[in-house]
Design a protein around this ligand. Structure first.
Ligand code: DX5
Ligand code: ZN
Length: 224
């Protein structure tokens, strides 16, 4: 099942509940929350209290993307705050296997994230432990950047790997996805498609989510 996953990074934080409701009316079933610490990435965003507030305002699946150092220290706190899935960067987690198991034990899906320049091959052994993989299609830190084209080759590589291993784990992509490149992204093998500015900087977030869901469904109908 393909999911369009609106990233609240580009929403209006003073009117967050309204923006979330718009995305929900457009058919979104998941919401992406970017957590940045100013160290792992050169930007600061939200922490557990905001996740708790969002949890109270919606029943959508909350997908927390931790762009932080020492994710082992904080991952569980985000599950307790209401996250349904929590992903940690391969580049930041010193004890990746332990961290993924911690998230699962706390009751959420556990994801591994790779920066654009980190090869898919590093995941070979951990694929059995992770519940999903997020491939960054921009350098993490900011919304509104351009998708790095070689990441789609990484998506195809990971798609082949999961077929070989007969794993059902979803592939998530994050950064620079908009209506014009969405079909290509879906055909490469992505299941969860995060998109921030294309939705919340559009004139009508509800209409845009609906249009993107239509494009994604259309793309899967076309044989590759
Ligand atoms: C970037 C974040 C993304 C961001 C994507 O570091 O992880 O989730 O919101 O924004 P767009 O869709 O504008 O590239
Ligand atoms: Zn993200």
């Amino acid at each position: 099942m393909i999911e369009i996953v609106p990233s609240i990074l580009s929403a209006d934080f003073a009117r967050l509940a309204d923006d979330i409701a718009r995305a929900e009316r457009g058919g979104a079933r998941m919401l992406h929350l970017d957590v940045m610490d100013g160290h792992f990435v050169p930007n600061l965003t939200i922490g557990p209290p905001v996740v708790e507030s969002v949890r109270r305002t919606t029943k959508l699946h909350l997908d927390c993307h931790l762009m932080i150092e020492e994710p082992e220290r904080y991952a569980e706190i985000f599950v307790k705050a209401g996250a349904d899935s929590v992903s940690v960067h391969y580049e930041a987690a010193r004890h990746l296997d332990g961290c993924l198991n911690l998230i699962k034990k706390a009751g959420a899906m556990a994801g591994v994230v790779l920066n654009p320049a980190t090869p898919v091959s590093v995941l070979e052994d951990v694929l059995d432990v992770a519940d999903y993989v997020l491939l960054m299609s921009v350098n993490p830190g900011f919304g509104g950047q351009k998708l790095i084209p070689y990441v789609l080759e990484k998506v195809r590589h990971l798609d082949r790997l999961r077929r070989e291993k007969k794993l059902a784990l979803p592939i998530e992509i994050d950064g620079g996805v908009h209506k014009d490149n969405l079909a290509e992204v879906v055909r490469a093998g992505c299941d969860w498609i995060v998109t921030g500015s294309a939705i919340f900087h559009s004139p009508d977030a509800e209409v845009t989510v609906r249009e993107m869901r239509g494009i994604a469904d259309g793309a899967t109908a076309i044989p590759v």
